[in-house]
Design a protein around this ligand. Structure first.
Ligand code: G3P
Length: 217
């Protein structure tokens, strides 16, 4: 499963990129607002750090505006992916970008039917929001399972990008459900490496090694 980081914070992106764990980046208007920075500058900077796909979301909610904004954003760098909302206008804009060979990420997906529509217009990625479904007592992981089944039934190539990930358990669950990608907040990526037995075991090895008085170098 590919890992994208869901952030507009350059330091987090640089640090994670150095770990070798990162396959791409997603941003959204809320993350850009949180960064306090100019949107297009941030996207250009991220694209200079990351070779993989970098999702940049349109602000317009009408087809013409989405197309104009998306075409502008796509010129920033070759790895920009145009992120579009799952509305009829967004799907129509997705079709436009697909026909031009520009990659798309259809976002704010909360149902299997919505995911089916995104695949039909050739979306590169569909972003089901797991955490926000869990927040209202629905089952985000079940949605990933259903989309996986539907896409496999018809051999759709749209990749399932599990979004709104909140916990390390979400990662295990969406990986088991067959998501192609998860976009994850930086803190959750680091938590995936934690285990109390790893920590306790390493502490013991460090102590015992010191007691030998040896040095490897
Ligand atoms: O990028 C979209 C998504 O990951 C948002 O997550 O936590 O705001 O629901 P969240």
């Amino acid at each position: 499963m590919k890992f994208f980081v869901d952030t507009a914070e350059i330091k987090d992106i640089k640090d994670l990129n150095e770990t070798g764990l990162l396959d791409g980046v997603t941003t959204n208007p809320s993350l850009i607002a949180k960064s306090g920075r100019d949107f297009k500058e941030v996207i250009a900077e991220i694209c200079s750090i990351i070779e993989g796909p970098v999702s940049a979301e349109v602000a317009s909610t009408e087809y013409d505006g989405m197309v104009a904004e998306g075409e502008h954003l796509a010129k920033i760098a070759d790895n920009v992916v145009i992120k579009l909302p799952l509305t009829v206008d967004g799907l129509k804009a997705c079709k436009h970008f697909t026909s031009k060979g520009i990659k798309t990420n259809v976002t704010l997906c909360f149902s299997a039917n919505q995911a089916l529509l995104a695949a039909k217009v050739g979306a590169t990625y569909i972003s089901p929001f797991i955490g926000r479904l869990d927040d209202i007592n629905l089952d985000g992981v079940e949605l990933i399972e259903n989309i996986r089944q539907i896409y496999d039934n018809y051999a759709y190539s749209t990749e399932i990008l599990a979004a709104s990930i909140r916990t390390p358990n979400h990662i295990t669950e969406v990986a088991l459900a067959g998501a192609d990608v998860a976009t994850i907040p930086p803190a959750v990526i680091y938590k995936l490496a934690d285990h109390p037995l790893t920590k306790a075991g390493l502490d013991a090895f460090v102590k015992d090694w010191k007691s030998t008085g040896q040095s490897i170098l």
